[in-house]
Design a protein around this ligand. Sequence first.
Ligand SMILES: NC(=O)c1ccc[n+]([C@@H]2O[C@H](COP(=O)([O-])OP(=O)(O)OC[C@H]3O[C@@H](n4cnc5c(N)ncnc54)[C@H](OP(=O)(O)O)[C@@H]3O)[C@@H](O)[C@H]2O)c1
Length: 267
Amino acid sequence: MDIESKINLRTGRRMPVMGLGTWQLTRDTAGTVRHAIDIGYRMIDTASDYGTQPAAGEAIRTSNVPREKLYIVTKIEEIDDAYEASKSYVKEMGLDYADLILIHRPPETGAGEDLWKGLIRARDEGIARDIGVSNYSMSLINELASATGEVPAVNQIEWSPFGHSMAMFSYCRENDIVIQAYSPLTRTDRLDDARLAQLAEKYKKSPAQLLLRWNLQLGTVPIPKANQKPHLEENIDIFDFEISEEDMEIFGSLNERYSALGALPYD
Ligand SMILES: NC(=O)c1ccc[n+]([C@@H]2O[C@H](COP(=O)([O-])OP(=O)(O)OC[C@H]3O[C@@H](n4cnc5c(N)ncnc54)[C@H](OP(=O)(O)O)[C@@H]3O)[C@@H](O)[C@H]2O)c1
């Protein structure tokens, strides 16, 4: 496995095994994303409410890497008309299509069936190659799927050794849904955990690298955000070691349903 490796989606298309998050990637956003692409990142995660769509699009358009080798994820909001918003966000990025468009979070009531139908139309018209959800519980995904017959390709959720759920993991496995792991570095909150430091020492890697490698080995797709170049470099230097099965179990035992955002939106 390396930074160019991909994971299969239920639709037959493929997605890079890790990406770059852009929430609060505010320091020269286009330059930073462009640098990330130069050093090997192939997937960029953005959203209209991050304010980073135009810069992410600019970096993709001006990069030396062909568009088809890059993967852009964006999200529509609960208040959007999903179909119209998909068109306008892709246009805002100056691109012909997004690789993946997600419902950013479920609406306060219901599962967001209308949003989902709008995304299905956007996908059918080629505005998005694939569609999925974010911050969805298992029951909300079931609702969308039974209302439309369309199962999301991806559920993007907060996910780290300190906050995850094996019930959600198994559900996604069974339904062929890829988990994209947001805040995979716990927004730095748990990087100084003593048990993590011990494992990092053992593998001669940083705590951040171990958190990301744990995702790769589980088959979940981390999208760490980094403004700083040394962080960008460190976060993709995770393909030259393997966490043992025994230590993967230790990682599992770190789970305390930790959430940088307040609470995990799933059981
Ligand atoms: N769908 C959703 O609702 C949702 C919610 C939250 C996040 N997301 C997505 O997921 C992405 C990642 O999550 P996040 O931004 O919340 O948090 P994160 O990736 O867990 O953490 C980002 C923080 O970690 C620092 N960092 C990065 N690499 C590091 C390293 N090697 N060593 C030490 N510190 C390091 C960054 O610092 P510097 O920036 O200073 O380098 C930044 O302060 C977001 O950017 C966004 O794209 C989605």
